[in-house]
Write a protein that binds this ligand. Structure first.
Ligand code: MTE
Length: 322
């Protein structure tokens, strides 16, 4: 929000989500001991923050709204979506907008490889000419128990999967964020398993909800939101929706994700939203809506059970909700 402080910034110290956030930050700090050198000043982030201005978003090709995906509830204000972020490569606070402006998002190469018949490498602009862009309004539920409703522009991940034509042995799609410690200061800290890695089963990746976003609110994605290309899996906790992707790899082996490697007792591979399964250190029964600060009940699969519950039959012995 231009000018004054956000309401949740003022009240943050007293609210549960702030405590949750610091719990998570504690996890980041705990790995490998006291995380020496991981202060903002130690990594020069304070300097970056004062010198980088936010760039205007590039124009986005036209995309028609897909009426089948229109989450109910108040839409989050664009300025909240672009200023309250998790992008740990650029810092451990929600305020990483300026630091993220160092990321150069054009040109941007994407590699699609692994167990597929048609591996390829492509610039994101060329990729956009091969896919049908559409707008979908999805809920986003962060594991920290805050939520947003966001109009994304992008295309189904299934389209990219189809282009690569995965082999029969490909059971998973591993996705990787850029890795450039010169640009992203937190990637200089060796105790973290950079680059940020996420993964889906092939069945999840080809589910119609799985989306690759290149824009939001009718504009190209802002850098802090994961430009130029990010995953959006609205039935899973937000950390699955990896930002600024550079590599997609088909594999027979289940990938170990960034958060799993960092905190295996707290974060798993599946990360499906479930209000009945608490995080080991906090409840997931409710969420705080960013914008009006309303505390609302969380829904199974974040309200997308109809579309995705069938993906998990026969997997009941797995830790599907962490
Ligand atoms: N992707 C990368 N590469 N690095 C991150 O730190 N944070 C995740 C996810 N994707 C993250 C990431 C988390 S925890 C959330 S809740 C969402 O991005 C937040 O997306 P937003 O800031 O665009 O709302």
């Amino acid at each position: 929000m231009a000018g004054g402080k956000k309401r949740w910034t003022i009240g943050e110290a007293e609210t549960t989500p702030e405590k949750l956030f610091f719990s998570r930050r504690a996890l980041l700090g705990l790995r490998g001991g006291a995380a020496p050198g991981l202060t903002v000043a130690g990594l020069g982030l304070d300097r970056i923050a004062s010198t980088q201005a936010e760039e205007p978003a590039a124009p986005l090709p036209a995309a028609s709204p897909n009426g089948r995906f229109r989450a109910a509830g108040p839409m989050t204000a664009a300025e909240d979506f672009t200023s309250y972020n998790n992008f740990y490569e650029f810092g451990f606070s929600k305020d990483i907008v300026r630091a993220a402006q160092r990321l150069k998002t054009s040109p941007w190469r994407i590699v699609v490889d692994g167990a597929c018949d048609h591996p390829f490498e492509i610039d994101v602009d060329d990729l956009l000419e091969k896919v049908a862009l559409e707008e979908r309004i999805y809920r986003q539920r962060c594991v920290e128990a805050w939520s947003m409703v966001i109009p994304w522009t992008g295309f189904q991940l299934a389209e990219l999967v189809k282009m690569a034509s995965p082999k029969a042995e490909a059971k998973y799609l591993r996705m990787e964020t850029f890795h450039d410690p010169k640009v992203a200061p937190m990637q200089s800290a060796p105790q973290y398993p950079w680059p940020y890695v996420e993964g889906l089963t092939l069945a999840e990746a080809t589910n119609e909800l799985a989306f690759l976003a290149v824009g939001a609110y009718g504009k190209s994605l802002a850098k802090q939101n994961g430009a130029p290309l990010r995953l959006v899996t609205p039935w899973k906790y937000g950390f699955k929706s990896a930002k600024s992707l550079t590599r997609f790899t088909f594999t027979a082996k289940r990938p170990v994700t960034f958060w799993q490697e960092l905190g295996p007792r707290e974060y798993g591979f599946w990360a499906n939203v479930n209000p009945g399964v608490a995080h080991p250190r906090w409840t997931q029964a409710y969420e705080r809506r960013i914008g009006d600060d309303e505390r609302v009940p969380t829904r199974l699969f974040n309200g997308y059970a109809e579309e995705v519950a069938g993906l998990y039959t026969g997997l009941e012995s797995e830790k599907l909700y962490m």
